[in-house]
Ligand binder design. Sequence first.
Ligand code: EPU
Length: 344
Amino acid sequence: MEILNQVQLQPFNTLNLNSIASYYKKIKSDQDIVDAISFAEKHHLNVLVLSGGSNVLLPESIEALVMHMDIQGIQQTAEDETTITLKVGAGQKWHDFVLYTTENHMYGLQNLALIPGFVGASPVQNIGAYGVEAGDFIESVQVYDRIDRQFKSILAKDCRFSYRHSIFKEQPDRYVISHVTFRLLKNADLKIHYGDLKAAVGNDLTAENLQKQVIMIRQSKLPDPKEYANVGSFFKNPVISESEFESLRKLHENMPHYPQANGQVKIAAGWLIEQSGWKGKKLGSVGMFHKQALVLVNYGQAALTDVKATYRAVQADVFKKFNVNLEPEPVLFNTVGQIQSHTR
Ligand code: EPU
């Protein structure tokens, strides 16, 4: 098995952070997963699973085995009157997969077009946009379970999907995702309740047009990682209690908010950041994007320490003004490849 040493991960993380991995293996098959894990165990190394690198914060050096997921393939596994089931390799590019489904008249994922990253990461934080979450269309997730030492299929109902959350976030060291199985619709059921999208879609109520409009909205607000290094939304939208919300609303009448099914209220982190003066503002070479304040951008050759300095300054200013804690969305790794909490 070919393991590489001292590999630069800068091209493999969309925030463009300089990060050298002591051990690196490209994973192209289920067998590669098993072999890589046994290598790591033999050499007492932690394993860091790297997917599209669009939601990670990497330190300058990582003493661990980086497993870079590259399992490809889209395979139809079932079909009935109303649905088609596809099993997709974890290393498949998410956006290309969404385009493939639309071209082949399989519907559901169109609202999630242009999200960066790979298919294998989609269940981890249950990626979502414009009123749809990946978990809505995932049937099961195929994993290698490092505790039970075997491959398994976990049904969506056991994945504990919720807003930017799943079982894979709860037990990050346990599962290596090899494939994701989606059940898609043969007849589109368009989700266009999200404000801007409804207006953009207009009267052309087709999944193809919906996808096109999602792409246009994203392109108009969100920076292309090829042009501005970023990891999408840098913070989660805070979900607060109704009473906390009511006291905030007394002070800030126009605050965007989204009531949740359980009575809590989701508020817009991008708005809080903008109101705190951070839209388009930089600290050194790291700042919040001028068209969407929720997106942190590495404008130069920033290191993780620079990123931390900026996002902590944003958190502090938002807390001072609104008494609300912003929780970062991307996953932070330490120098031995373990996931770390964002608290100091
Ligand atoms: N807003 C501002 N200023 C800003 C940004 C936003 O006032 O700089 C306000 C907007 O005017 C709007 C509200 O905040 O009233 C929400 O903004 P937007 O619709 O742009 O969405 P978001 O809440 O900022 C979330 C997701 C995005 C997803 C969009 C659309 C999270 C953390 N982010 O952003 O996901 O594309 O909704 O559904 O939930 C991602 O996770 O990387 C991502 C891009």
